[in-house]
Ligand binder design. Structure first.
Ligand code: ASP
Ligand code: CP
Length: 342
């Protein structure tokens, strides 16, 4: 694996498999049964210049669960970038303080520019409409775990990606990551104007996958193994696009769609957040509590996967087992009130 994690382009099937293996070994720590201090003394710089709940907090928590400490900065207002400081200078300064840096920024390519100025590992926590590689890794880990539970195989699987496929960086990273594996079938359903960029479709097709674009969810998706739906990224729209845009209810994944169009065991994923405003027509809450809805298992998986990324980049992945101790505090059996018993 290269020094930074900026794009899925730097990953190979072997490096992904290694991260999945390390993540699985992190489960007892992520599930709060055991503790480790392998990163004791290390400091993470967590720089978020765009809104985030999961990525920011789970990278922070993952570093803490490995025994490290975290310095945070959120938004441009509280960073000296608001005074005109460049990415280069910010990168060099932060590198003097931190052993690893996670950054989210609204401009595509900005995290790579930041990383070019440092020898300290940098992880792309989302660069505008570009990529979100750690999300793709946790999405892949989730698919792998759900398939193991359901006795399914990845080779030949059918994955439906829907929602904003143009600006959704999670689907850009995920489709690249899936393409590293044995041929599968990938169906893309996006509202007009928000289709997956052609270069990504061409890349995936060139690796032997069957990619198909459909205009609507009102179709037969009974053989789909995974429905991966995404939020419309209105914050990336031009003023012209925003004007009069509203997402038709036809693109909503809800219980009726799952019952009528999909199989009994089709799993539903979403990188989250889901937009809960009435006219957003994002993933419906009527699937809450349904075992097919994997979204919170998916967010939980962010912890072991992000721990694996840190442990691998900072080269302590072989030390984990030697350093484990049982936890001493109270831990509830299930963390969410609606969590399905599987
Ligand atoms: N949280 C994901 C991202 O930052 C997806 C989203 O915001 O819709 O890319
Ligand atoms: N999935 C994801 O990146 O969530 P946040 O935007 O809340 O970090």
């Amino acid at each position: 694996m290269s020094r930074h994690l900026l794009s899925v382009d730097s990953l190979t099937r072997d490096s992904v498999n290694h991260l999945m293996h390390v993540a699985a070994r992190m489960e007892p720590i992520a599930q709060r049964r055991q503790v480790t201090r392998v990163l004791e003394g290390a400091v993470l710089g967590n720089l978020f210049f765009e809104a985030s709940t999961r990525t920011r907090v789970s990278f922070h928590a993952a570093f803490c669960r490995l025994g490290g400490g975290v310095c945070d900065t959120t938004g441009f207002t509280f960073s000296s970038m608001a005074k005109g400081e460049s990415l280069y200078d910010t990168s060099r300064v932060m590198s003097g303080y931190c052993d690893a840096i996670v950054m989210r920024h609204p401009d595509q390519g900005s995290v790579a520019e930041f990383a070019a100025a440092t020898h300290v590992p940098v992880i792309n926590g989302g660069d505008g409409p570009g990529e979100h590689p750690s999300q793709a890794l946790l999405d892949f880990y989730t698919i792998d775990k759900e398939f193991a539970r359901l006795g399914r195989k990845l080779a030949g699987a059918h994955v439906l990606l829907t929602g904003d496929l143009k600006y959704g960086r999670t689907v850009h990273s995920l489709i690249k990551l899936l393409s590293l594996y044995d041929p599968m079938r990938i169906t893309l359903v996006a509202p007009p104007g928000l289709e997956m960029p052609d270069y990504l479709i061409d890349l995936v097709a060139s690796r032997g996958h069957r990619v198909e674009q459909r205009a609507s969810l009102a179709d037969d998706y009974r053989d789909v193994d995974v429905v991966y739906t995404t939020r419309i990224q209105k914050e990336r729209f031009t003023a012209e696009m925003s004007e009069g845009f509203s997402l038709s209810r036809d693109f909503t994944v809800d219980r009726a769609f799952m019952d009528k169009r999909c199989g009994r065991d089709t799993i539903v994923m979403h990188p989250l957040p889901r937009d809960s405003r009435a006219d957003a027509n994002d993933l419906d809450v009527d699937l809450n509590g349904d075992p097919r809805l994997a979204i919170f298992r998916q967010t939980d998986n962010g912890i072991p996967v992000r721990m694996a990324i840190f442990a691998t980049l900072l080269q302590v992945d072989e030390l984990i087992e030697k350093d484990l101790r049982p936890v001493r505090w109270f831990v509830p059996e299930r963390v969410g009130v609606d969590d399905a018993a599987l």
